[in-house]
Ligand binder design. Sequence first.
Ligand code: AMP
Ligand code: GLY
Length: 408
Amino acid sequence: MRILVIGSGGREDAIAWKLQQNPRVEEIIIKSSSLSIEELLKIAKEEKIDFTMVGSEELLVKGIVDAFEKENLKIFGPNKQAAMLEGSKAFSKDFMKKYGVKTAKYENFKNSKEALAYIEKQDYPLVVKASGLAAGKGVIICQSLEEAKKAVQEIMVDKVFQDAGAEVVIEEFLEGVEASILSITDSKVILPFISAKDHKKIGEKETGLNTGGMGVIAPNPYVTEKVSEAFQKDILEPTLRGMKEEGMKFAGIIFFGLMITKKGVYLLEYNMRMGDPETQAVLPLLESDFLEMLEDALEGNLDANKIKWSKDSSCCVVLASGGYPVSYQKGYEIHGLDKIENHVFFAGVKKENRKYYNNGGRVLNIVATGANLEKAIEKAYRDIEKVSFQDSCYRKDIGTLYFPVIEI
Ligand code: AMP
Ligand code: GLY
């Protein structure tokens, strides 16, 4: 089989690594997600691709799955209708409300005057979100009415996120601990993967600016049995019911972004693709065949008994360029890659004459698994200490739990 993976980050490197384990795979071609659907269609035909997997959300929301299917090309992922669950927060919140998926209270606004009138009467903190895709930057947590006014002004009037801000979701602030649960669906069942915990901030103890993710542990220690049960009943089951009633038929990933609070487990958002860097930590724990699982989903034949997860834990630490997420220099040679004993996935790396250089903000993902979380963390850090380039940096506290487990 010839496989096309679209996207060139650490997530896609991990996807390709896992797909490669299937003996039927002859070649995997990785192409950038900045190409257009037309260009990718052309590549898929020219390269005689048998199976395509898309890493990030933009092309899914634009309808790449519909375009490939129209040409009878096999592709895994949500069609345009289902991708709206990620592509429009207003749509996904209305879907959650309609089908009783537990989520923060909210209102949607297309008119900035109405939004401004609404925020006058709310409690703070309050969350203001651009409804459309904004590369993970469209969510503003406002501590006061003044901040909320500024957020509405920037998103709706100044249009800092362009069309993504034509509509906003304004919602209740939830206090708790986040968890990422990826899952696979064939629209008949949704089968959850091992839970994960992302570390979004650049600074230790979750301080400083937001990033694309500086590390992940899996499973997520806050996802206790009770939390899993609440997730199943309050989120997964009503989501599946909603998909069926809305006639959403697709094979794809649903990544549930959860907030675990004292009042139960809430759904913050759906992502209709795998997480980055969640994927890098979760796939090394998958013992069964990944390609077969994706093919089963496409055939409407997902079988929980065929999917086997390791009992181990996993830790992914991201090596970033100094200055990320603001500004950073590219082109420094990376040293020590040959000394890594665990997994290394390439995110922002350029290879030239058998040498490797940093070529992005997040550069490498080091991933280790171990019999328990402490062992996985220790192994990942032992490896990352061996790799460096000028000004390279990483968080030293991936997997440190700053909050006690929440009793729900
Ligand atoms: P989203 O893109 O909706 O997942 O939001 C991005 C991030 O903003 C989440 O991962 C949370 O850290 C935070 N966030 C979003 N919605 C809320 C909320 N209602 N309460 C508290 N934090 C939130
Ligand atoms: N790690 C969060 C995301 O992929 O959206």
